[in-house]
Design a protein around this ligand. Structure first.
Ligand code: BG6
Length: 520
């Protein structure tokens, strides 16, 4: 969110520079910030990786990553050269102390050349098993000592359960102060996710009805069209609950459910989010079956193309029992939300890449219009669309033109791209800048990460104990297993078709559009 002051010099040290994240997100993100002149004049990026990859190969890979993933498209030669002059490499064994002696020397030399003490951002884009040795070695090399200038960024997964997250937090806080630690959840860097805070706390309109008196239930959907792609090795040991619900979806839930913070500062915002996690109703083991659903995709069709099932993906065990779909029902036990269910679902190989939060309101307390006035009775709904479109949509009932009193739902739409006519930054751009400026508002604090694991512990345990008997239980290209529908049907509700799809189906691109019943 970048409200703090920019340092005058900075060095990004990327551990795992040869990996997917550096290639797809970090280097393209830094390149964009460089283009937008958001980085300090004196900036350097040091990539640490295996000697066998080699500097030339890494440079080629970074360039290719920028060309493929940068918002600007392929980089012009001269601009790339300017950016590339800031890049350097250290062939390194990440668990060997000598690497860190070498790194410390390199950083000191850079400071000397710049005649200043630069900000150091240690970015851990590495598998979880390397985090502890890296953190300890940074400590031994005294690279964590400067509380104001040394920062560490830790990627998810942040542990794989409560105990491992606690152990990770202990390791980190033995070497770094909490204010130096940035646990990244890239969903929090997305524009519309941040806009949830603006919507709720910069307007008077919504907050008075933002409670159990008016809201019937909340649905949070993060649907992915892609399968596991090249990440089978990681994903098969992780699954949808750990990969998405523990972090991205629970963070969204926190932003929807939190109380207004006193001010927009990291601790005030994070205190309120932590409160939500603490208020989530713990599930008893025997409730898991009624509150959580898992699924795994089988072979199917997407846009007329046949795609393999999860078990046929690269680096996935033949009879894998890992879930690629998860849905849970949660309750926030406090005054504001008592009795309001929050339904969360996420999955791979669903029909579309769509993330949205849907707030469904209760019906009016007394209906003055006769039933025949309603062409298509639908409750008020507020939708926060996160991707692919970024915007906010409000559905309400309106009179249909004509002599009779006929009522129909209409949709009022606000889209970022139309309203502001300026491209939104990538989540990683926002977050990298925040780290540089020391603003932790959009990052997970230790207690939040642990509380999120605590909430999911009964589900993780139950799923590990009881083998799923019906995997694969949804064909690729569908909205998940039947049990996901049943999860809501038992409460007399159903999942909403994401609004963006609904709008595409009725093919309206107007600011106010008539939404007719969309086929499933
Ligand atoms: C990552 C998960 O955190 O988020 C991936 O590990 C998932 O499995 C990705 O595909 C989704 O992010 P986005 O920004 O594309 O919705």
């Amino acid at each position: 969110m970048a409200t703090e002051r920019q340092p005058e010099a900075a060095v990004f040290v990327i551990f795992g520079a040869g990996g997917d994240l550096a290639w797809r997100k970090l280097i393209p993100g830094l390149y964009q910030l460089f283009l937008d002149q958001r980085l300090p004049e004196r900036v350097a990026v040091i990539g640490l990786g295996h000697a066998e990859v080699g500097e030339a190969e890494l440079r080629r890979r970074f360039r290719q990553g920028v060309d493929q993933f940068s918002r600007q498209g392929p980089a012009p030669e001269a601009t790339w050269e300017l950016f590339a002059s800031r890049l350097s490499f250290l062939a390194a064994e990440l668990d060997q102390p000598e690497t860190y002696t070498e790194l410390a020397k390199k950083l000191a030399a850079q400071d000397q050349e710049w005649h200043t003490r630069a900000q150091h951002v240690f970015y851990l884009a590495v598998p979880p098993r390397l985090i502890e040795p890296i953190v300890r070695n940074l400590g031994r090399a005294r690279l964590s000592r400067d509380r104001l200038r040394a920062r560490i960024v830790v990627e998810k997964p942040f542990g794989r359960d409560l105990a491992s997250a606690q152990a990770l937090n202990r390791t980190l806080t033995q070497v770094f102060h909490e204010s130096q630690i940035f646990r990244i959840d890239h969903y929090l860097g997305k524009e519309t996710v941040q806009n949830l805070l603006a919507l709720r706390f910069a307007n008077t309109l919504f907050e008075p009805v933002w409670n159990r008196g008016y809201i019937d239930h909340v649905q949070i959907t993060v649907a992915e069209r892609d399968g596991v792609g090249t990440r089978g090795h990681y994903y098969d040991r992780t699954g949808a609950l750990r990969d998405m619900i523990q972090n991205h979806l629970l963070q969204l839930l926190c932003l929807v459910a939190m109380e207004p913070p006193v001010s927009f500062t990291a601790d005030e915002v994070r205190n309120q989010k932590a409160e939500v996690l603490h208020a989530l109703r713990p599930l008893a083991p025997e409730q898991v079956e009624r509150f959580a659903v898992r699924g795994q995709y089988g072979a199917g069709w997407l846009d007329g193309e046949q795609v393999p099932g999860y078990r046929g993906e690269h680096n996935v065990a033949l009879g894998s029992l890992t879930e690629t779909f998860a849905a849970v029902k949660l309750y926030v036990d406090n005054w504001r939300w008592q009795g309001v269910p929050f339904y969360l679902r996420t999955g791979k190989r669903l029909p579309a890449r769509i993330s949205e939060v849907s707030i469904q309101f209760k019906p009016v307390p007394h209906q003055i219009f006769p039933p025949e006035a309603f062409q298509d009775p639908r409750p008020n709904r507020l939708i926060v669309a996160i991707q692919p479109e970024e915007g906010i949509l409000l559905r309400f009932v309106s009179k249909y033109p004509g002599p009779a009193m006929r009522l129909a739902p209409v949709l009022m739409q606000f889209y970022y791209r139309e309203a502001f006519k300026t491209p939104s930054p990538e989540a990683y751009e926002t977050l990298l800048l925040d780290v540089l400026r020391g603003d932790a508002t959009l990052f997970m604090r230790a207690d939040q990460a642990e509380a999120a694991w605590e909430v999911l512990a009964p589900i993780l345990e139950a799923w590990e104990t009881v083998r799923p008997y019906d995997f694969p239980n949804y064909p690729a290209g569908t909205w998940g297993p039947d049990a996901a529908e049943a999860l809501l049907a038992q409460d007399g509700r159903s999942w909403v078709l994401p609004t963006f799809l609904e709008c595409q189906l009725c093919q309206e691109e107007l600011t106010i559009c008539q939404v007719t019943e969309a086929p499933r």
